[in-house]
Design a protein around this ligand. Sequence first.
Ligand code: RB5
Length: 149
Amino acid sequence: MTASNCIVLSSDHAAIQLRQAIAAHIAAHGWEVVDIGPTTPESTPYPKHGEAAARLVASGDCRFGIILCGTGQGIMMAANKVKGIRCGVCGDTFSARMIRQHNDANMLSMGVRVVGEGLALDIVDAFLTAQFEGGRHATRVEMIGALEG
Ligand code: RB5
């Protein structure tokens, strides 16, 4: 596994099927996928899955993280509690592109009850192909980091 090519995927029970579809999609595009589950449908709390994925991104083991729950909101909130994580919830491709270009997001969250599979895959592509623009945006991203203390 090389960190620059690695994407960690995680979800709660609600989004297992979409997570597996995303895993196949990004693997077909040459990314190394670290899918940390879950794989069985029992109810499981989104904070622990958001945290687990976020830790692999914050440590540098994975370049990006993609996380999913019913709305994408709860798991995003948990991931953003981990130092160094900038995760946005996206339900459209414009936002997915912009959180990379302007916010240097290192994680993407989506809601399986919000987006269908086709849109979700387009959102993933928009996120992964956009580049951080730096410049004035770098200063602002540094300000976000400063809030972490
Ligand atoms: C689980 O039912 C649901 O609460 C969860 O998937 C997510 O939507 C929370 O934000």
